[in-house]
Design a binder for this molecule. Structure first.
Ligand code: NAD
Length: 360
């Protein structure tokens, strides 16, 4: 493998995350990872002087301007970690300067912008890879594995949620002009995970937004995707949820699974004997319920969902291998574009208060 040099544009929260990942200074999935071999940090640039000063304080020499960063011949990968509305400009300029680009999610504000970015990558022959890093989250990998293994039979509903209670963080995320709102912030991850898990077309989308703490952009949303095989996938983001629902709740014909949060191992309950239907009676004030009475324990089996390890460093390893023509991109522009179009369907549905067809 050759040595590669990257420079970060925008050294805020996420730019710093890239810095730590590349240098091996961060903690990922509760364990410290080593530095990425063959990948070096050449420098960074941020329009804010305090972030330039922060760079110096952690031993990273910032460039004086974006132009000087792009002129540095040593740099072959530019990482764009600016607010969402600035991605397109930085990415276009970096590609034109002959750099390969890693762009933070969401790649652009809309699919029209993203088309221009894809065209530019094609025209310059340079790599553009979008950082859909939550494909390496172990909770997602465990549920994807459950889907593929069919342990609880054919799935008919998957609910994927992230719930916080502190509103929309920061400044630009609260404004539409900077591409704020929770669809572009967290939704892009949950929708990307749905499309990576289920190899079917989405036929229709129904979405609704919440505006509890913010009037200008959605501070939460629920999007219900129906896949061609009938499976319903619910993606939900909440920022005013003082009691969080589980990260994943999955229903199959022969069982159910739940995974509470990122750091927890999920569990599944499978029916062992369909013919037996014995119930533990439930008496409520209004009388006995048979329908909602749980099964007796001897007709079901409870097991932990196997862990599937994910190594987030594989993202950059793949970038380097692609640059050396030794691998195909794990995150393709077509995949990202499909998510961009799906987000647009979510916005359309929420605006019109109706189900919209998708067919992609
Ligand atoms: P942030 O506000 O913490 O940082 C953004 C930085 O970009 C700031 O320091 C700002 O000064 C700088 N900046 C703004 N305009 C610039 C320009 N023209 N040139 C250079 N620097 C500029 O925001 P953040 O939370 O780090 O988010 C940055 C990006 O990363 C967003 O696109 C966000 O969606 C994405 N992000 C991705 C993940 C993920 O898991 N993949 C997580 C968080 C954020």
């Amino acid at each position: 493998m050759n040595e590669h040099y990257c420079a970060i544009v925008g050294l805020g929260g996420m730019g710093n995350w890239h810095r730590e990942l590349i240098l091996g200074e961060g903690v990922w999935n509760d364990h410290q990872c080593g530095p990425l071999e063959h990948l070096h940090l050449a420098g960074c640039f941020d329009i804010r002087e305090d972030r330039q000063a922060y760079a110096r304080s952690v031993g990273l020499e910032p460039y004086a301007s974006l132009e000087t960063l792009l002129m540095d011949e040593k740099v072959d990968i530019v990482v764009c970690a600016t607010p969402n509305d600035i991605h397109k400009d930085i990415v276009m300029r970096a590609l034109e300067a002959g750099k390969n680009v890693v762009c933070e999610k969401p790649a652009a504000l809309n699919s029209a912008q993203f088309q221009q970015m894809m065209d530019k990558a094609k025209q310059t022959g340079k790599l553009l890879m979008v950082h859909q890093n939550r494909r390496w989250d172990e909770d997602f990998l465990a549920i994807k594995n459950l889907y593929e293994q069919g342990w609880i039979g054919e799935l008919f509903r998957i609910e994927s949620r992230v719930h916080g209670s502190r509103g929309i963080p920061g400044d630009w995320r609260k404004t539409p002009e900077h591409g704020g709102g929770m669809v572009r912030d967290w939704g892009v991850h949950l929708l990307d995970q749905a499309l990576m898990m289920i190899p079917e077309k989405v036929t229709q989308v129904y979405a609704s937004f919440t505006n509890v703490t913010n009037e200008r952009v959605e501070d939460g949303f629920t999007a219900e995707l129906t896949f061609e095989n009938g499976l319903v996938f619910v993606a939900e983001v909440g920022t005013n949820n003082f009691i969080a629902l589980p990260r994943w709740y999955v229903l199959g014909r022969d069982g159910s699974a739940v995974l509470s949060n990122w750091h927890e191992q999920g569990k599944m309950v499978r029916v062992t004997d369909r013919r037996r239907n014995d119930a533990v009676p439930v008496r409520t004030a209004a009388g006995l319920t048979k329908t909602m009475a749980p099964r007796t324990k001897d007709t079901v089996n409870e097991e932990l969902l196997p862990r599937v390890p994910g190594d987030i460093r594989d993202f950059y390893r793949n970038v380097m291998l692609v640059l050396e023509h030794k691998a195909e991109p794990v995150i393709t522009l077509e995949q990202v574009n499909r998510v961009m179009l799906l987000m647009e369907a979510v916005f359309r549905s929420a605006r019109q208060h109706e189900t919209v067809s998708f067919e992609k």
